[in-house]
Design a protein around this ligand. Sequence first.
Ligand code: SF4
Length: 298
Amino acid sequence: MKYIFGPVASRRFGMSLGVDLSPDKKRCNFDCIYCELDPAKPVTEYEIPPKPEEILKEINKAVEKFDFEVLTITSNGEPTLYPFLDELVNELKGHKLLILSNSSTIHNKKIQKTLCKFDIVKLSLDAVTPKIFKKIDRPHKSIDIEKIINGMIEFRRIYDKELIIEILVVKGINDKEEEFEKLNEVLAQIKPDRVDISTIDRPPAYNVEGVSVERLFELSKKIENQHIFIPTREKLNFKIENLTKEELLTTLKKRPFTDSDIQNIFDEHTSRLFNDLMKENLIEEVWVGGIKFYKAIM
Ligand code: SF4
């Protein structure tokens, strides 16, 4: 199959069947410094797009063959550049739909309308300072971060399903506290359901490095009142230790934790306290985009 990949088990979204709208080459209006695809000059248009019927035919075959929970629309590049995205999505009713976008077109009203048809929209926002945004995402010269931010705020007003923002951290570029303070201000305006903070975990096109998971946790402290997900399989070198009941409740109010956060960073005492608070019904479970968070009820 040309356009289908998977299904793959995704920790964030469950079993996902992928649809790649640009399988033959990279078609992107960014050339991110951390991209896993070969470097390519950013483009703003999808040349010679396949007809939606061609892609649909493959999706329909795959749907009969595989079990999956979510149909993920993605691309070797930016899926919203595909000019028939709206037509394609109209034919996919009945499936749980997720799109992974770099956000570059989110200010466009037509794209906003199309994205409203998805159950989960995941948008990238690696930096808000124009200089840092250009350095990390290397966008086409017509793309402006202010427009993207305003587009995200506008989109949130009309989109009431799950909106996830992903920040990918690259060492020496967007890994400073000041950038995360600015991201925090912008995220407070966007009001996403979840913020994923990740780093490079496969060799990228350019010679850049990720940061440690500990650093991701440090930076995440600057992001307040959001459901933050830091995907990690590593054992962490730091612990949250000896909190009092009140301190734990305040922490979980400001920053709901996931199962993996709790297993990885709570010491024995704090884990016991957490279990007691669960029994006392002072902590509730909240599911966001397939991830369970624990939040204090206060
Ligand atoms: S947006 Fe995605 S495909 Fe495009 S350059 Fe960045 S990482 Fe690569």
